[in-house]
Design a protein around this ligand. Sequence first.
Ligand code: ZN
Length: 324
Amino acid sequence: MSEIIVGIDLGGTGVKTAALTRDREVLAKDSRPTHAERGPDGVMDVMQSGVEEALKRGGVAKTDVLAVGIGSPGPLNWQTGIVYETPNLPGWKNEPLAEKMQSRLGLPCFLDNDANVACYGEYWLGAGRGTDCIACLTLGTGVGGGVVVFGQLLRGIDGTAAELGHIKVMRGGRRCGCGATGCLEAYASVTGMVKTAVEGIEAGRKTRLKEICGDDLSRLTGKMISQAAEQGDAFALWVVQETGTWLGIGISSLINALNPEKVVLCGGMIAAGEMLFDPIRKTAKELSFAVPFQRAEIVPAGLGDDSGVIGAAGCALARYDEGR
Ligand code: ZN
């Protein structure tokens, strides 16, 4: 066996690893807690063990591995492989992650932003397989973004492109975690959806949600909202649809700006299914040009939680082949 690539998805709570062939066959996977509290070197111990375990499970010799790709929360520099500072990983500051992992593993390591690798994973092996141009939104605590144009990640001149969660959907509007106002993320992330629900409940809207979270609105989650919506709570359904409408507004701009073949949505929120996708498609249709809207299929991720780890491997292979 030869020409194996390893992907690592580094998250604040878990580290996932996968070993794949060049032909996109997944040989083995590993998943373990990050132990972010141990700081950069402790986390790198975890990452190293994950790689070693995945190779062992896949029966892969290290000499058959071409490259290792790491998807990490940013901000980071994909070219130098440095993670600047990230709220999910306490104690990290200008950490040369790619270089350190390279010397630990004795293998070429490539660093990329987590949302970008998730997008690449969907393009390479997921819902976007067989396409040339896709845009991807990852709906979680925030809204991450990625764009693939003719097989290449859109990076921008400084590598900061495709922050799709921070396209503006409202003048003024809610304050976003990035410091600006009116960003898509402030409305369409899970956090934004919960905020929409809390605002409605505080304004006196009738719903079972208050009871579901034990009268403590700080315990309200996106999952509680979608479940209540499924069980017929009219207000919860409105919250899901409202979130879909905000997403549709943002996605219409992506469709007009990028003319993608697919817009792929990732993250736990997509489990809400058609309750969420119907208003997304309806709103995007109203606000987009007809030709790019008809082209752009708006679809859920094909790889579930594995878009990031698979995409980290796919990105590493592309960069290894291109020599950058
Ligand atoms: Zn923002």
